[in-house]
Design a binder for this molecule. Structure first.
Ligand code: PLP
Length: 351
């Protein structure tokens, strides 16, 4: 056994059950629109099934590059951004070298770094879940090989201080990853800085606002010095032909998804108002399609909602023991959530 795996268990996401309102994984609550679905099915008919797919996802990288104003050699496509997180560690970090992550953040950074034998330094976020001066520690800036920042952060939902992130980018000798999985909700991106900072890597995903989590498609955007290393470590056919075709079709018609994003943001604001009106619940600031909420008894809240067919996310780590994370759902799902919260507040659930 690889000793790095000691104490680790499989990461088993909650299954998606029919009839259950899944507000626990920050996905889009809207299934693919019929118009895009039809185009995808037409495209499937033209695929060659007995041959391997295009290994470097050439067509997809070309289409993305056109959109973002990047040459294709600045782009690597992956089997979800999860895969690219692993590739970044494989490409840039030797066992025992340091990877820095904020605490709390998206768990895959630490998990994939540990599997690969990296030393993970978890720096606590401040009271408001923002970065602190501790992230500007000179020794870390000089020695860490890789830094991960989700922007907005998951599970806290806020965008970190841009000033501190820029300072880290300017001073870090290692590579700084800004994971923009929720960029369509925050409207904030480091993309314009990509040419200025050769140590910047931006991650994007098709799993959130673009609504094709099923397809497992992610992107890394970086200087060719970095993408060429990612291409050494990624598997030759890392992204399936179906995933590439689905991503191409979705990208070509993504105007059809803009309305969904607007609806999610409007529902999020309604949810915030509902939560703020509660004497017991305290929502944190959000720049994403989910909200971290301080609650007196998260386990009870979770069970109460689950009994009504609504799944939210609770956490085992001590810093988040008093929080639940709620992903914004469709309007009718949010109405059911609001009704359930009303019922909950009539009980003695705080105890
Ligand atoms: C910050 C962040 N990055 C990456 C991912 C995973 O994205 P993908 O589906 O592309 O692997 C998630 C999913 O929850 C996330 O929250």
């Amino acid at each position: 056994m690889n000793p790095n795996l000691r104490g680790m268990r499989p990461y088993l996401p909650a299954p998606r059950l029919a009839g259950v309102i899944s507000l626990d994984a920050n996905e889009s609550p809207f299934d693919l629109p019929g118009s895009i679905r039809k185009k995808f099915l037409r495209k499937i008919r033209t695929l060659v099934f007995n041959r391997y797919p295009d290994g470097p996802s050439t067509e997809l990288r070309g289409a993305v590059g056109k959109r973002l104003g990047l040459r294709p050699d600045w782009i690597v496509a992956g089997n979800g951004s999860d895969e690219l997180i692993g590739c970044l560690i494989d490409a840039l970090v030797s066992p025992g070298e340091t990877v820095v992550v904020p605490d709390p953040t998206f768990v895959m950074y630490e998990r994939l770094a540990r599997i690969r034998g990296a030393r993970v330094v978890k720096l606590p976020l401040g009271e408001d879940f923002d970065l602190t001066e501790r992230f500007l520690d000179r020794k870390l800036l000089n020695t860490a090989r890789l830094w991960f920042f989700a922007y907005p952060n998951n599970p806290t939902a806020n965008c970190f201080s841009e000033k501190i992130l820029r300072e880290i980018l300017r001073r870090a000798r290692g590579i700084v990853v800004i994971d923009e999985a929720y960029v369509d909700f925050s409207g904030r991106t480091f993309l314009p800085l990509l040419r200025k900072y050769p140590n910047l890597v931006i991650l994007r995903t098709f799993s959130k606002a673009l609504g094709i989590a099923l397809g497992r498609v992610g992107l890394a955007l970086a200087h060719p010095n970095v993408t060429s290393l990612l291409n050494v470590v990624r598997l030759p056919y890392n992204l399936s032909g179906l995933g590439q075709a689905l991503a191409m079709t979705t990208l070509a018609s993504d105007h059809a998804l803009r309305k969904n994003i607007r609806t999610i943001l409007a529902e999020r604001d309604k949810l915030l108002r509902r939560l703020r009106s509660s004497p017991n619940l305290r929502p944190c600031r959000t720049d994403a399609n989910f909200v971290l909420v301080r609650a007196p008894n998260p386990k009870k809240l979770f069970e109460f909602l689950r009994a009504r067919g609504i799944l939210v996310k609770i956490f085992s780590e001590p810093r988040l023991a008093s929080h639940v994370r709620i992903t914004v759902g469709r309007p009718e799902e949010m109405r059911k959530l609001a009704r359930s919260l009303d019922q909950l507040e009539k009980t003695r659930w705080r105890a």
